[in-house]
Design a protein around this ligand. Structure first.
Ligand SMILES: [Ca+2]
Ligand SMILES: [Ca+2]
Length: 282
């Protein structure tokens, strides 16, 4: 994944009235400028089976000068805003017009929110990335700031495992959720899983079929299809990709690994991401 210029420094550049005459400005690339907008919910609505009351505020993160992505991870400083969650406390979040058809997942802990969108195709249009909801009815969007933004694109998928340290590729072990076997469960793994489902016309893939066609569905460093079956159901589905995003968001919003693990266990729906297993070749 690549680190992108922060929205803050870009906005500082934008307000400068001075003509650009210095050589140092030549290499400045203003891409992936994120902004936050807010709109009051006028009538009570139900989003993903959770009731959003009238008077709540829909907070949207938007992207301009989009460099192109398949998936994104956005870290937000939310201040004291109270994000509306489902019965498990997972933020209610929907995709935007640049992420239509993607999975979207978020986790909030101690004022820090991490939201991932996981798609199957690269998109470089500008518009909204995702929307979540807060209870306060007078949101000042300048209080919600983007602290980090990372993207996954095709190049990342192809190169993600090549240079990375691998925990698992000795002695046939694999980590559940670490599809590219680089030692980490993150948005790249969720993206590879979503793309595999896309290659199967959007339908679930049995682990047996996926192992028989491992490098068609996955990447050359994938140990076995079981690494993509996050909930050990015997099938690779959107739920598995979503669980990888959830695991990554939990790990990204907690300083303490044990707390992150507990957060994941409290909120996952049967997922086993992060567990080390032995692959017996079947
Ligand atoms: Ca990985
Ligand atoms: Ca599964």
């Amino acid at each position: 994944m690549k680190k992108i210029i922060s929205a803050l420094s870009a906005s500082v550049l934008a307000v400068s009235a001075l003509p650009v005459v210095t050589a140092s400005a030549v290499n400045v690339t203003e891409e992936n400028i994120l902004s936050v907008s807010a709109e009051t919910v006028s009538e009570t609505l139900t989003v993903n089976e959770t009731v959003i009351p009238a008077g709540a505020v829909a907070v949207t993160v938007n992207i301009a000068d989009n460099s192109g992505f398949i998936s994104t991870t956005t870290k937000l400083d939310l201040g004291a805003y109270d994000v509306i969650g489902n019965e498990k406390g997972i933020p209610v979040v929907i995709t935007g017009d640049t992420t239509e058809g993607s999975l979207v997942t978020g986790i909030v802990n101690e004022g820090v929110g991490v939201f991932t969108t996981v798609g199957t195709e690269e998109d470089d249009t500008d518009g909204s990335l995702f929307t979540f909801y807060v209870n306060d009815n007078s949101v000042d969007t300048s209080d919600i700031t983007v602290s980090d933004f990372e993207t996954v694109d095709y190049i990342d998928i192809l190169t993600s495992a090549i240079s990375a340290y691998s925990l698992n590729n000795t002695a046939g072990y694999y980590k559940i959720g670490d599809v590219n076997n680089d030692g980490y469960v993150d948005a790249v793994d969720a993206t590879i899983t979503q793309m595999a489902i896309g290659k199967n016309d959007g339908k679930k893939i049995s682990v047996t079929n996926a192992n028989a066609n491992l490098y068609y569905f996955f990447v050359e460093t994938t140990v076995c299809a079981q690494s993509a079956d996050a909930n050990i159901s015997g099938e690779i589905t959107v739920a598995d990709a979503n669980d990888m995003s959830l695991y990554y968001a939990c790990m990204s919003t907690h300083q303490d690994v044990d707390e992150a693990q507990q957060s994941y266990e409290n909120q996952t729906d049967g997922g086993h991401c992060g567990e080390i297993k032995y692959y017996n070749g079947k």
